[in-house]
Design a protein around this ligand. Structure first.
Ligand code: RIB
Length: 314
């Protein structure tokens, strides 16, 4: 099975701050760095690091060489990426002392993904191949339609949730990987309870495998045969940017390799726990060996936290 990720490529401008600026307030940043990012690029790198063969497609600007090169260096096939006239997409990210973030994205070249380009990319793939999409490029609804028509396994991470999602026919999606905010919106509920969100989504999309991520509370998996909860592995958090993308890439690499969902959810949880201990989205994604070693260590009784924080962690 080949995996096609038709997704965003961004330059992330990351500022660490003491607190987020209020309206009318100017604050100094403690540090600044530029990294490769974009939910699409991050998920492709996580897939490749987890051992999957992944083709990335999407648009960059004349400044996008670093984005393609970074993907290629991680083992991602990049020949389908197209250069458009606009500058590459970028994200302005503020990270607070707890490692939480606020992100503003500017689509740039990510908005130049046209139906004609999607058709030409899809012509390289067969029924049974996997198509992964997020909501940071133009014409996502068309890509879902065409991928499904072609008999590909369509995976959708509807992030960031917003305009355009309403045009997507989610009944054509085979795997929906989403967080609670996205889950509530798609399930049309205000419920806090993850169980209610999942039940509603299941009613609306009975054929779709659901993966609901709950941040520091873990994640849930539901398909027609089984449903279970996966806890988190504790982590000393410095930057949560890209943790969800790491989870998605690792989860899908396991599914594509035919591993059981319980196992692949566990590895995804460990990979994202490692990623939050590092700065930057793409640079924080661990290699498969690291994830395996850490899993072995933890299963043998090792802790992921220094003694002081072990006491504070519940
Ligand atoms: O999920 C994290 C990503 O969201 C960042 O890399 C940023 O580019 C935005 O797309």
């Amino acid at each position: 099975m080949k995996i096609l990720n038709l997704g965003s490529l961004n330059i992330d401008k990351i500022y660490s701050v003491e607190h987020y600026a209020a309206a009318g307030e100017t604050i100094p940043a403690k540090t600044y760095g530029e990294f490769c990012g974009g939910k699409g690029l991050n998920q492709s790198i996580a897939l490749a690091k987890a051992g999957a063969q992944v083709y990335h497609a999407g648009c960059v600007g004349p400044d996008g060489g670093i984005l393609s090169d970074t993907l290629a260096a991680a083992g991602v096939r990049t020949e389908l990426i197209r250069e458009s006239g606009r500058p590459s997409g970028h994200a302005v990210i503020h990270v607070d002392p707890e490692g939480q973030n606020k992100i503003t994205i500017f689509g740039g070249a990510n908005s130049d993904v046209t139906p004609a380009y999607i058709d030409s990319v899809l012509s390289h793939f067969e029924p049974g191949d996997m198509l992964l999409l997020q909501n940071e490029i133009s014409n996502v609804a068309y890509a879902i339609e065409q991928g499904s028509e072609k008999g590909m396994t369509v995976v959708f991470n509807p992030s960031p949730i917003g305009s355009g999602i309403g045009q997507c026919d989610l009944r054509k999606v085979d795997y929906l990987i989403l967080n609670e905010v996205e889950g509530r919106q798609l399930a049309d509920t205000d419920a806090e309870d993850a169980q209610i969100i999942l039940e509603r989504l299941r009613q609306k999309y009975p054929q779709t495998v659901l993966v609901l991520t709950l941040g520091s509370r873990g994640s849930c998996y539901v398909d027609g045969k089984e449903s279970f909860f996966q806890g988190i592995f504790p982590a000393k958090t410095v930057d949560t940017t890209g943790a969800g993308d790491t989870f998605t890439g690792y989860f899908l690499a396991g599914i594509a390799a035919g591993r059981p969902p319980r196992e692949t959810m566990e590895y995804a949880a460990m990979a994202s726990a490692i990623s939050v201990g590092r700065h930057g989205a793409a640079p924080g994604i661990p290699d498969f060996n690291e994830v395996c070693e850490e899993m072995e260590r933890v299963k043998a009784g090792g802790s992921r936290l220094p003694e002081q924080e072990r006491r504070e962690y519940k």
